[in-house]
Design a protein around this ligand. Structure first.
Ligand code: SF4
Length: 715
């Protein structure tokens, strides 16, 4: 038996794990009590890492689809075939004929972060899509517009704040999202123990609302009005105190003029939140000694996602919380992802090019996933004819999944880098399965950049991979050199490949640490060697003020009245005063929800996470259920403009009247040919079969899957 320490790679919380291995099998996983950041916490998903590693349905060798069958093949044969097919398509139709879809697990490994931009560039395609444009693109866009990098993402300083307002987020279940904060429940409890206040604004009484001091129901999709009205109160009542930010933030007067147009009474009509409550919340926020406003999916996944999230920044700036202890702060990670990303990729940017079919601007070199099916199905120059799917399941993740299904089925070629034959990868011609995280060494490049404490950790390999297996780094590197050989010649491509093998990841990480904010340049002398001496992770302390020094805008200032948002403001004001409803009888609003034991679709093959009753039910308020003749356990038909599906009913006053709620990532049984046998035995439907790909935030392209008008009737 041996005991190993690694961070969990399943979600952003990055909890430290103590993993016991016997005969090269994981036999026990528990929270690592010596981890300075997570201090022994883990959620049920962390234990299931064991199931993922030893899942009998997991592919171990490359497979090729021959008719309805999957046939194993050798690695070199598979790499050669994939490269040949991609190169042939590029030669005939150009680089943009090859699209990439990236699932969110790619952010949990160093290799995809480093290699995928190189692969995209080697192929010469701008057709990059990811799960980010279904849930968080407004945040990246605003970080780019305001701070100069899509990766400079502020987080609430939860450990020191006295007042935390959470809007459209459920950290108790997500364990922090775009906020790395392991054991968030304990952090929130401590907030309240030190006399602080936690306020949750959400159309559902979420698990986080259940431990809050106050929960405020808000009509889905209307946060933009609520937030603007709160800013209005702060401006009108002379409560604005930007403090130190005034020295590097421009446009405060213009912003004040904008939010003055949204009164609490106007907002009440739209949001359902009483004007007096809006006024009180604004005053409490302004009066708190230390405070922060935090928002996630419920705000981002709407047609006003970017402007609504901009108001999160506005509230934090106006009340002097930006970059202040206990407020809205930026991490200073040892691996300086925003700066390295700017030096080595084309991520920082907006609207440098537009999507072919609908003309939607790119954000951080990505097009919105809502238009992926258009780009595959619409003939013409630049049409996508081949896809590379990396750890993603767009059929279940992207709006109008049936159309994505149809699009993937129509491709000339598709390759997937994935463990499973899932709803999307079943359309692949070849699947290249990587080893799991525990079978490789790992360094977290991403999440220390959105962490509530600065920390760094190197993860040693926990179990030996099977003979003749490949890590994700091996797979991406093998494809990269073959693609580069076509343009640079085999010798040059081989030389580059040899350099990658030599420098990645250890020498590269070490160089980045030495050159980074905690390295030699700043007299802190952090090296990989030192990091590796701390198997439980190295805590680098609480966040501290870093602005304006860390700003990456050309003039190192924040233009709060950014022209992109200012230009969108008339749309907000028009919607505020537009009382017309064109819902064709769809009189309820659909929102999403997540379960602690579920992580999108990719943990659904773990039996220990999916036991008990059907989790994919539609939650309906008792009044709405009674009005439609629905009862607990009955079957309802949910209809949108994109179609309908049937689901079991859960009657609950946890949702506000007029709102129904359903999780995404289910419906494995409804599609033929998937290879994850346990997932396929589970009940449920994919809510994205009925979400609409024409509904999105026009600034960021983020899918507007929240506040979707639906009708509900007995099935
Ligand atoms: S909260 Fe759960 S899934 Fe997330 S890192 Fe911790 S153990 Fe893993």
């Amino acid at each position: 038996m041996s005991v190993h320490y690694r961070a969990c790679n399943l979600c952003e919380a990055s909890c430290g794990l103590e993993i016991t291995v016997e005969a090269n099998r994981v036999v026990d996983i528990r929270g690592d009590a010596a981890d300075p950041f997570s201090q022994g916490y883990l959620c049920p998903k962390g234990v299931a890492l064991q199931d993922l590693t030893h899942d009998p349905d997991r592919l171990r060798r490359p497979v090729r689809r021959v008719g309805e069958e999957w046939v194993e093949m050798g690695w070199d044969e598979a790499f050669d075939l994939v490269a040949q097919r991609l190169l042939a398509i590029r030669q005939r139709h150009g680089g943009d004929a090859i699209g990439f879809y990236l699932g969110n697990p790619i952010t949990h490994g160093w290799a995809p972060i480093i290699y995928i931009p190189q692969l995209l560039s080697a192929i010469g395609t701008r057709n990059r899509y990811s799960a980010a444009s279904v849930d968080q693109q407004p945040q990246h866009l605003l970080s780019h517009l305001l701070f100069g990098s899509p990766l400079l993402l502020p987080v609430p300083d939860v450990d020191r704040t006295d007042f935390l307002m959470v809007i459209g987020g459920n950290p108790l279940v997500s364990n922090g999202s775009i906020m790395t904060a392991p054991h968030i429940k304990r952090r929130l409890e401590k907030l309240r123990q030190r006399g602080g206040r936690l306020v949750v604004v959400d159309p559902r009484r979420t698990e986080t609302a259940g431990v809050a001091d106050e929960h405020v129901f808000v009509r889905p999709g209307t946060d933009v009005f609520l937030l603007a009205a709160m800013a209005h109160v702060i401006v009108e009542e002379g409560l604005a105190r930007p403090g130190r930010a005034e020295s590097y933030v421009d446009g405060l007067d213009a912003v004040a003029g904008m939010v003055r147009q949204v009164t609490p009474e106007d907002a009440e009509r739209r949001t359902g939140v009483p004007a007096e409550t809006i006024r009180r919340l604004a005053r409490e926020l302004a009066a708190a000694r230390r405070a922060a406003v935090y928002a996630r999916l419920g705000v981002c996944q709407t047609e006003f996602g970017t402007t609504a999230y901009w108001l999160i920044h506005v509230l934090n700036v106006l009340t002097g919380r930006l970059d202040e202890v206990g407020g809205w702060m930026l991490a200073e990670p040892a691996f300086d992802l925003p700066r390295i990303g700017a030096l080595t990729t084309d991520l920082p940017g907006y609207d440098r090019w537009r999507s072919r079919v609908r003309g939607i601007p790119e954000v951080a070199a990505e097009f919105p996933s809502s238009t992926l099916a258009d780009e595959i199905l619409t003939p013409g120059e630049g049409q996508i004819r081949a896809m590379v799917l990396v750890a993603g399941n767009p059929v279940l993740t992207v709006p109008q999944g049936r159309r994505v299904d149809e699009a993937l089925a129509s491709l000339d070629f598709c390759v997937a880098i994935d463990y499973f034959i899932n709803e999307s990868t079943r359309h692949a011609d070849v699947i290249l399965p990587p080893t799991t995280a525990l079978e490789r060494e790992e360094f977290d490049l991403v999440f220390p950049a959105v962490s509530v404490r600065n920390h760094v950790r190197w993860g040693e390999r926990v179990i030996e991979p099977e003979a003749d297996s490949r890590t994700d780094a091996d797979i991406l590197r093998e494809l990269l050199w073959r693609i580069q050989a076509a343009s640079l010649g085999r010798r040059a491509a081989r030389a580059l490949d040899a350099a990658r093998r030599t420098f990645l990841p250890r020498r590269f990480v070490d160089a980045a640490l030495r050159a980074g904010p905690w390295g030699l340049r700043h007299g802190r002398r952090l090296t990989l060697r030192k990091v590796r001496k701390h198997p439980h992770g190295l805590d680098l302390g609480a966040l501290y003020p870093v602005l304006p020094r860390r700003l990456m805008t050309p003039d190192r200032r924040i233009r709060l009245d950014h022209r992109v948002v200012v230009a969108d403001w008339p749309r907000v004001i028009a919607a505020l005063h537009d009382d017309a409803r064109a819902d064709d009888g769809r009189d309820l609003l659909l929102i999403g929800r997540r379960h602690l034991r579920s992580n999108n679709s990719w943990m659904h093959n773990a039996e220990r996470l999916t036991g008990g009753s059907n989790r994919c039910r539609v939650m309906v308020h008792p009044d709405d259920a009674a009005a439609r003749g629905l009862a607990e356990g009955s079957r309802a038909r949910i209809t949108t403009a994109a179609g309908h599906l049937d689901a079991d009913v859960e009657v609950s006053d946890a949702v506000m009247p007029g709102v129904v709620c359903m999780p995404h990532g289910w419906g494995h049984a409804s599609r033929e040919g998937v290879g994850w046998s346990h997932a396929a035995s589970l009940p449920g439907s994919s809510v994205n079969d009925i979400t609409e790909d024409a509904r999105f935030d026009p600034l960021s392209g983020n899918a507007a899957v929240t506040a979707l008008p639906v009708s509900l009737a007995p099935a």
